[in-house]
Design a protein around this ligand. Structure first.
Ligand SMILES: Nc1nc2c(ncn2[C@@H]2O[C@H](COP(=O)(O)OP(=O)(O)OP(=O)(O)O)[C@@H](O)[C@H]2O)c(=O)[nH]1
Ligand SMILES: [Mg+2]
Length: 461
């Protein structure tokens, strides 16, 4: 990141609304000169003399040429998103007008904002911590009720507050141990080792929970990869259609109908599931089908949830067991589902299976849409388990996950070295744990880290 971006002495400008034609477009200016620059092109009241949080109607003009009639909103530092002077110009949403106004503002001394630069300034000026700034990006990208809630929770500081408290406690111990270093000759212990152990165990418990929450947090943010697999003709494509309530995939009585994978998003109770219909698994009869079956296996290995569908008419109990065993992988939840329950002959087959000790499956009819809601509930609860109560802290960000894992490792080193190593090594490991915790909230940052985070934002945010 250049020094230009890191210092806030320049006034930046960007369109804050999406590109293209809309009813209105909002152009945002932030920086020390935001109000003066806007005032220089504004035909109306003297903006430099107006109070913060007021809106003013007037024209935007380049000399004598009026470009548009607009509303100007004023936010005087530090009462703004960036804590700098901020002006938002709401103009008519023509791409031409927007471009002309931005060009004019640049001519008058503003410069184009980089991706995420407004939020970067909010962070640098202490308005948000780093994990909150990241939550802004997540909130903009959220596409389901659950992902919006998790991002909003993080924006409100739930996540970082929890870590900050832990970090503060650890800082105290670090300074006591530092103190011991100063008195190395005397062999004194200022930091009570038992208390330190207790604190570290407490911190590790919280960190462990946060680390474990990532699986769910990530599922909520990205959607849960859910593969429908089974032998040809089991009714996988019919099930996809039934779940989506739409004739999405081709269904036929010919085994091997689906060749390529078909993906569609299904939202269940606010969580997005990426449903993937696949080619039926069997010894392929031609080269194309063979590729299809390979893809099925790839999709299964990348999935979080596998719906294994079978037609009891077409499969023996042993084959069923074999299929299930060969598809069961660590990290993948599996739901076993018997299809075609509308057919009268299925009942006796299924009861045979049950008497032979195999009963852990749900019975549905994809074609007649029987027990589809029950299946949806199972899909939901297998992904969410009992973890989602509404306001818990979930880690959704891989960067946070890595920092938490590194913190945990450092703390384990502290624990295991406590009785053996000297205070200086102990101090080093604690410092490292503090460093990684600080990386999450932004108490510790590097230019690379900031660049990496904010370059993923959109321009204007
Ligand atoms: N009676 C009945 N027939 C079904 C049911 N589900 C699917 N079928 C029929 O089973 C046949 C195969 O259905 P598909 O959905 O194409 O099966 P598939 O598993 O996608 O098959 P491939 O793509 O070839 O692997 C079709 O004739 C469907 O109409 C069901 O619940 N009841
Ligand atoms: Mg199919």
């Amino acid at each position: 990141m250049t020094n230009n971006t890191m210092t806030n002495d320049q006034t930046i400008v960007a369109l804050a609304t999406p590109n293209g034609t809309g009813a209105i477009g909002i152009i945002r200016l932030s920086g020390p000169e935001a109000i003066t620059i806007a005032n220089g092109v504004f035909k109306g009241k003297d903006l430099t003399k107006q109070a913060s949080h007021t809106i003013h109607f007037g024209g935007i003009a380049d000399g004598d040429i009026v470009l548009d009639e607009v509303l100007v909103s004023l936010f005087v530092a530090p009462r703004s998103y960036t804590r700098e002077n901020v002006v938002e110009i709401s103009c008519h949403g023509s791409a031409y007008i927007i471009e002309s106004i931005i060009k004019l503002l640049i001519k008058k001394g503003a410069r184009s904002a980089k991706a995420g630069e407004f939020t970067l300034r909010a962070f640098l000026n202490g308005q948000l911590d780093l994990s909150q700034a990241e939550a802004v990006a997540d909130l903009i990208a959220s596409n389901s009720k659950a992902s919006q809630q998790v991002a909003l929770n993080q924006l409100r500081g739930g996540f970082s507050n929890q870590l900050q408290v832990l970090r503060d406690q650890l800082v105290q111990f670090a300074s006591l141990i530092e103190l011991e270093l100063d008195f190395a000759e005397e062999d004194v212990e200022f930091a009570n080792r038992d208390q330190l152990k207790k604190l570290i165990n407490e911190i590790n418990k919280v960190i462990g929970n946060l680390i474990r929450s990532f699986e769910l947090g990530n599922a909520i943010k990205q959607g849960v990869n859910t593969v429908i697999a089974g032998r040809p003709n089991a009714g996988k494509s019919t099930l996809l259609n039934a779940l989506l309530n739409e004739e999405r995939a081709i269904v036929s009585h010919i085994p091997g109908t689906t060749r390529d994978t078909i993906e569609e998003v299904l939202n269940i109770n606010g969580i997005n599931f990426r449903l993937i219909d696949t080619a039926g698994i069997r010894e392929a009869t031609d080269a194309i089908e063979q590729i299809g079956v390979q893809r099925t296996m790839e999709k299964i290995s990348q999935s979080a949830l596998l719906i294994y569908l079978f037609d009891a008419e077409q499969i023996t109990g042993e084959e069923l067991q074999q299929d299930i065993e060969s598809l069961q992988k660590p990290g993948i939840n599996m739901l076993v589902v018997a299809n075609k329950s509308d057919l009268p002959e299925q009942a006796s087959k299924l009861s045979n299976l049950r008497t032979s000790g195999f009963s852990d499956f749900l019975s549905i009819s994809a074609k007649e849409k029987l027990h589809i809601d029950e299946l949806k509930n199972k899909i939901y609860s297998s992904a969410i388990k009992d973890q989602l109560t509404g306001d818990e802290t979930l880690v959704t960000n891989i960067r946070h996950l890595e920092a938490l894992q590194k913190t945990e490792e450092a703390l384990i080193r502290v624990l295991s070295g406590m009785d053996e190593v000297t205070s200086d090594f102990l101090a080093m490991d604690i410092k490292q744990a503090l460093h990684y915790l600080g990386e999450i909230t932004g108490a510790v940052t590097t230019d690379d880290l900031l660049e990496n985070i904010f370059s993923k934002f959109c321009i204007g945010k």
